[in-house]
Ligand binder design. Structure first.
Ligand SMILES: Nc1ncnc2c1ncn2[C@@H]1O[C@H](COP(=O)(O)OP(=O)(O)O)[C@@H](O)[C@H]1O
Ligand SMILES: [Mg+2]
Length: 236
């Protein structure tokens, strides 16, 4: 598939057109950012690891009936995806208290939600710092239709169930994660990436963090932990 001009460069990835208007190439960079872009750095070979991790997880989700933008992996840093009209609503699923939830609500980190996950919506806007929103905002401001919101919710819960299982089999606890969806030919597909950049992953036994929190909070051994996640998921 021929790579044509860049159409978007974000914080972690670059999107390129292809000769097929329906398909894009998603290139994964090593750039890391946190706290709404205030902290910037590099995680060596993150792009390679996140591309392979995301590809494997999209394949797994597709095998289990989740519709995603993933077409195929092209090489170490690139995947071919369907061109989506991204819905500017980030869907966050939480199985264990961590991060912003603890900060906002005073819940102690590590509390396990065994009855049901917590689902949250955020407005995807860099200038506004991705503020938390609710369904009423999504409806009134027209970011998604009511029908689309129902799909975001059901797909979010389904993906959570599948991913909790997937990571548990690899002795990793899926603490929380962020999903992005987009419109494609009348359907809503899961887009973007699923990697340690957008998931909190803790070692099942020790609770050691294996995700971007190591970069956010200068915990050290960032590459080593991404590599461990990569090995557990991709070296099967
Ligand atoms: N299949 C797709 N079609 C169109 N846009 C996509 C697709 N998958 C992801 N995107 C968008 O491309 C961008 C990916 O690059 P990223 O570095 O994550 O950007 P950002 O800094 O905006 O988060 C995101 O804005 C994401 O919403
Ligand atoms: Mg992004």
């Amino acid at each position: 598939m021929e790579k044509l001009e860049k159409i978007y460069e974000g914080k972690a990835k670059i999107l390129h057109k292809t000769s097929d208007p329906d398909l894009l190439i998603q290139y994964f960079k090593d750039d890391a950012s946190a706290f709404n872009g205030k902290k910037k750095g590099t995680i060596v070979d993150k792009g390679v690891m996140n591309n392979h991790i995301s590809s494997r997880i999209f394949e797994y989700l597709e095998e289990n009936g989740v519709k995603t933008h993933f077409v195929k992996s092209l090489n170490d840093r690139e995947m071919l995806v369907k061109n989506l009209e991204i819905i500017p609503v980030e869907v966050v699923l939480r199985n264990v208290a961590a991060g912003g939830l603890c900060k906002r609500l005073g819940i102690e980190e590590g509390r396990i939600f065994d009855e049901q996950p917590v689902m949250e919506f955020f407005y995807k806007s860099d200038p506004l710092g991705d503020p938390m929103i609710n369904e009423c905002h999504v409806d009134v401001f027209g970011w998604a239709t009511k029908e689309e919101v129902e799909i975001l919710k059901s797909a979010g819960l389904r993906v959570n169930k599948l991913m909790v299982e997937f990571f548990k089999e690899r002795k990793i606890r899926l603490v929380d994660f962020k999903l992005e969806f987009g419109r494609h030919k009348g359907e809503v597909l899961l887009g973007d990436e699923i990697s340690p950049d957008g998931c909190r992953l803790w070692d099942w036994e020790t609770n050691e963090k294996m995700d971007k929190d190591r970069f956010r909070f200068d915990l050290g051994r960032v590459e080593e932990k991404y590599q461990q996640v990569y090995d557990l998921i991709c070296a099967e």
